[in-house]
Design a protein around this ligand. Sequence first.
Ligand code: PGA
Length: 261
Amino acid sequence: MNRKPIFAANWKMNLTLAESRDFPQKLDALLKEVLGAGKDYQVVIAPSTTHLESLGKSMGSTAFELGAQNCGTTDFGAFTAENSPVVLKELGVRWVILGHSERRHIYGETNALVAERMQACLKHDLLPMLCIGETLDQRKAGDTLKVVEDQLSILKSGLPAGWESRTAIAYEPVWAIGTGETATAEQAQEVHNRVRAWFSENFQPNVASQMRILYGGSVKPENSEELMACPDVDGFLVGGASLDPSKFANVISNGLKSRPA
Ligand code: PGA
C-alpha cells in the first residue's frame, strides 16, 4: 500500500481574513519542527471562497495545496452565489470538496447536483474530494452501506477518462461531524473497507487499491493516530481541529505515527 496520506482542512465559514493570513507559515513551521523531512504526505487547506485569493498568496512558500469548499456546475452564467471552476482554477485552487453533508443536508444538494459539480471540476482539472456519509437514523436503521454506495453511484457514469486518479473520497458520518463524537477506528475501517471493495467491484482492482479514502468527523490530535492505523484510512478531512495551526499540526503528526516513513 503506497497511498500518500492527505490531511485536508475544511475551514467551513470560519476565521477572518486577518486570522487566516499567517496560518500557512505557522503550520509549516510546526510541521517542520515536529516531523522534519522524510514523511510523504499532502496538506490541503480549504477556506471559504472569500479567503481563497489571500490564502493562496500566503501559502506561496509552502507545499500546501489550496482547496475550495464547492464548485459551480458550469463555466459562467446566471448562477447567483455560485463560483466558477474557471476562476477557482485561476485562483490556484487544486482540490474541491464536493457533496459535504452540510451542503447535502442544510442546502439540499442532491446526488445529481453533486455529479454535475464533479463534472465541472474535472473539466478544469480541479481534483474532487467527494464526501459521503450516513446520518444517525440511517446508521441505526442499518442503512450505512446502502447510503454510501448510493452516494458513490454518481461515479459510475458521465465522468471524463482518468477521473479515478484525480479523485479522493471523504467518508464523514454525519453524526460525527462537529459533534465531538468520532466513529471508532473499527466503525471507520468497516466502511472504508467496504468503500474500497465497491471500487473493486465497479471498476478495476487497481482503482480500489489507489483510491485515497479520507475519514472525517471530529478528528482531533487525540484520535488521529488510532484512526490512521486503520489500513483503509488514507488521511483526514478535518473541520474544527483544523482552525488552529498547532492542533492541526498535531492531528497530522500523530496520524503519521501510524505510518511507516
Ligand atoms: P469536524 O468537521 O472535524 O468539525 O467534525 C469535519 C467536516 O465536516 O469536514
